[in-house]
Each structure stands twice: as structure tokens, then as C-alpha cells.
Design a protein around this ligand. Structure first.
Ligand code: PLP
Length: 431
């Protein structure tokens, strides 16, 4: 699904021209499509039809409350990794009873917060966390619902930084010791064993590793049942990849099929924790070309977005498609647009380094992009809905971008652009 549609030289998301969004809210600006978010969720729902399954959106991919609220309205649960994310889910109208809490080291305060809210389950990742949770729950006169996140040791064949299910990863508990830990958990009075979880990595394209992981998890589930430890749910994590460039991405149903084949007829409820695949292709980062700089070896298009807005290129050397935004006017298709803000009449076709204004050589958004550009042009950096705004920072004292959700012909500001004064409002000088 293409997020942008171009008609008569005007680039739109749903029914709204991107140039109109830039004019009204400025740049850099994240733009999301309600229809695209809804369609991504629906693809999971229909792929899971006939299964007793819950979709827990992984909040860390994009935690804007409007997005959380949209998924909550669609019936989603949430996968959180911090007390901050839990607070967001609740503020957005999410149901705590559909929340699973992942993460390698939850603080006591986070445990208390989640127990008070009444979440569905803690995905526990170590023996000491089990004990800590047992203590905290006991102090509160509660029983903490738990699942163990096991590490099935399968290679997800993805980027090493986003591969989490190998033996060398800091995540999960080793498969061989999981059984032992379940026995231990059963003996702790303030814990209630609910399920099992695994998550092997992110941006997964091949469905086989996830299916293999599910197979291994099932073996463990059955052997636990044989010794009287019955689980209510099996959480298969997230990780399905999206198309950034030319990746071959299976439709959701086809990606899940090999896994679901193994899970057919199980009595346990199935949980999924997709993040990227629900939001990634439903968002873009809108930015304006500030300066074109034609150097001896390289040509630079310096734009008003930077690595603080979208860290993935600098962090993972990730590739995002970058397209010029058509703003319309009377020019026939194919000729450079004219715009009140463009400083030059004629765009210059070149191989450009698309870079931000930050003082780091790593501050790039794309290398060697063949584009016809003039200063003042708008660009859209695609597939930026996941791990875009969520990973943004204020590096170089740059206020974070605005966020806008398009819904049909409407545009809604879902996060105001930060103001500079807010950036140091919490700081103070010495007396
Ligand atoms: C990050 C994460 C997810 C979501 O991963 P995506 O690749 O965005 O789908 C799900 N579960 C856990 C435990 C995670 O850490």
C-alpha cells in the first residue's frame, strides 16, 4: 500500500495534500494515515480469524496517544516496556487488562504501577525478576500474573541490533532453564502463572524462524503441562518486517501461516505483539529542503529534519525511500513545481546526500538519491511511522517535530511542535 497518492502533481495522504500540512503545521512533521493504520490492524485480525487471539500493539514503535487510542478503539491490547508506556496506554483509553509488560529489568515502582492498574501479564526475563515481583506483589496483597519470556535460540536472519532470540542476547531466559524457573515460580505464593512468551527479533521477512520458535515453545508448553503447569496463553511476540526499499514482504496472513499451522487446535489463547508492521508504513516524515550545496565530490540537500527526528539511518544505516512532494500548481506533470517558498525556479537533478543540519557526519537521512531538487521543496521520508518519532531526541536543542494524523479529508494535529523554551524548562542554574 502506497501511503502517498499523486494526482495532477499533488502528493496527498488520503485526501489531504502534504503541502497543505506543511503550510499549516510547518516542517519537519510526521504524518500518519488513519486508514493505513486501520488496514494494518485489520490484516492481523483477518489473518487470525478462527483463532482465539489477541493483538497487543508494541507501544515502543510509536507511542503517540492518538495512535494508541486508535488501536484501543479497534480492540487491541498493548505490549509495554515501561511504566511510562503504561501511563500512555491508560491515558489513551487502553484497557490495562489487555496489557502485557515486557522488558529485561522492570523497577519496583513499575511493578507496583502495573499491579495497581491490573495488567494481564508480566513477561518475566530472569529468576531474580520473578523473586522481586513476588515480593512486591506480596507487599501489596496481590498476586502478580506472569509469563516467562523464553529464548528459543533461533536465528531470525535480521540486523544484529534487532535480533533478540539468540543465546547471546540479553533478552529472555535460556530455553533449558525455563522449566526450572516455572517450577520455582509455581512455588512462589504471590505469583500466578499465566503463560509463556517469546520474541526473536524485528524486521523479520522469512516466516520460518518465527514458526520454528513457535514449535520450540509448544514443546516446552506441553512438557510443562505434563508436570501439571498449565498455561493459559502463548505469546509469540512481534517482529514482522515491512518494506523500506525492495524487501519482499509477505502479506500478514502468509507470514503468520506457517506459525498458525503449528498452533492450530491449541486451547491456549494466542498473543501477538506487532509494532513496526502496524505503524511503519502508515507514517512519513515531511521535511523541507533548506540548502542545496554542490560540492566537489558530493551534492548535499540539507533538509530541516535530522537524525534527532529520525535516528534509524544513523543508528542502523537503515534505508528509507525519499520522494519529492508534489505541491501542484499549473505546471504540467513532470516539470518542477513552482512554489512560493522555493528559492529557485528550476530544480537541479543530481545525486544528493540528504542530510540534516546537525553537527555530526552521521547525520544523514539518505545517501546518493537521484532527485530533481530546488531549495524550498518538500520531501517525504517514507516508512517512518515506526521507531521514528518514538526514537527522536532533542540533540542540538532541536524541538521535536509536530505529528499530524490524516483521516479522509481532515488533518488532525496529534502532537504540537515542541517549543524551544520547553527544552530547558526543567533545568536550573546553580545558586
Ligand atoms: C520491540 C518488541 C516488539 C515489537 O517488535 P516489532 O518488530 O516492532 O514488531 C514486540 N515484543 C517485544 C518484546 C519487543 O521488544
Amino acid at each position: 500500500m502506497n501511503l502517498i497518492n499523486d494526482t495532477n502533481g499533488v502528493s496527498r495522504v488520503e485526501g489531504v495534500a502534504l503541502s497543505a500540512i506543511a503550510e499549516r503545521f510547518g516542517t519537519p512533521c510526521y504524518v500518519y494515515s488513519r486508514a493505513a493504520l486501520t488496514a494494518a490492524y485489520a490484516s492481523y485480525r483477518s489473518a487470525l480469524a478462527g483463532h482465539n487471539a489477541r493483538i497487543c500493539y508494541a507501544v515502543k514503535a510509536n507511542s503517540n496517544v492518538a495512535i494508541l487510542n486508535l488501536f484501543a478503539r479497534l480492540g487491541a491490547g498493548f505490549d509495554i516496556v515501561s511504566g511510562g508506556e503504561l501511563a500512555r496506554v491508560i491515558a489513551a483509553g487502553g484497557d490495562p487488562a489487555k496489557v502485557v509488560f515486557s522488558g529485561v529489568a522492570k523497577s519496583r515502582a513499575e511493578m507496583q504501577q502495573a499491579l495497581t492498574a491490573g495488567i494481564h501479564c508480566f513477561n518475566v526475563e530472569s529468576a531474580s525478576e520473578l523473586e522481586q515481583l513476588n515480593t512486591v506483589a506480596g507487599e501489596m496483597g496481590k498476586r502478580a500474573p506472569v509469563a516467562l519470556r523464553v529464548n528459543p535460540n533461533v536465528d531470525p536472519k535480521t540486523h544484529p541490533y534487532i535480533s533478540t532470540g539468540l543465546k547471546t542476547a540479553k533478552f529472555g531466559v535460556a530455553f533449558d532453564t525455563a522449566r526450572e524457573l516455572y517450577r520455582g515460580a509455581q512455588a512462589l505464593p504471590n505469583l500466578e502463572i499465566r503463560g509463556i512468551a517469546c520474541h526473536i527479533g524485528s524486521q523479520l521477512l522469512d516466516p520460518q524462524p518465527a514458526a520454528d520458535a513457535a514449535g520450540k515453545v509448544l514443546e516446552l508448553v506441553d512438557s510443562l503441562a505434563a508436570e501439571g503447569i498449565a498455561l493459559e496463553h502463548i505469546d509469540l511476540g512481534g517482529g514482522m518486517g515491512i518494506r523500506y526499499r525492495d524487501e519482499v514482504v509477505l502479506p500478514t496472513a502468509d507470514y503468520l501461516a506457517p506459525m498458525l499451522t503449528r498452533l492450530a487446535g491449541r486451547r491456549e489463547m494466542l498473543y501477538f505483539e506487532p509494532g513496526r508492521s502496524l505503524v511503519g508504513n502508515a507514517g512519513l516524515l515531511l521535511t523541507r529542503v533548506e540548502v542545496l550545496k554542490h560540492g566537489e565530490e558530493k551534492n548535499f540537500a540539507i533538509v530541516d529534519a535530522a537524525m534527532n527526528d529520525l535516528a534509524r539511518p544513523a543508528l542502523y544505516d537503515a534505508w528509507h525511500e525519499i520522494v519529492k512532494v508534489g505541491a501542484g500548481g499549473t505546471a504540467p506533470a513532470g516539470t518542477p513545481r513552482e512554489s512560493g517558498t522555493a528559492k529557485t525556479e528550476n530544480a537541479r537533478q543530481s545525486q544528493y546526500e540528504i542530510v540534516g543540519p546537525i553537527c555530526e557526519s552521521g547525520d544523514f537521512l539518505g545517501h546518493d538519491r537521484n532527485l530533481a531538487l530546488a531549495e524550498g521543496d518538500l520531501l517525504a521520508i517514507l516508512s517512518a511511522g515506526a521507531y521514528g518519532m518514538a526514537m527522536s531526541s532533542n540533540y542540538n536543542s532541536r524541538p521535536r517535530a509536530a505529528e499530524v494524523m490524516v483521516d479522509g479529508e481532515q488533518m488532525h494535529l496529534i502532537r504540537r511542535r515542541e517549543e524551544v523554551a520547553q527544552l530547558f524548562a526543567l533545568e536550573s542554574v546553580l545558586p
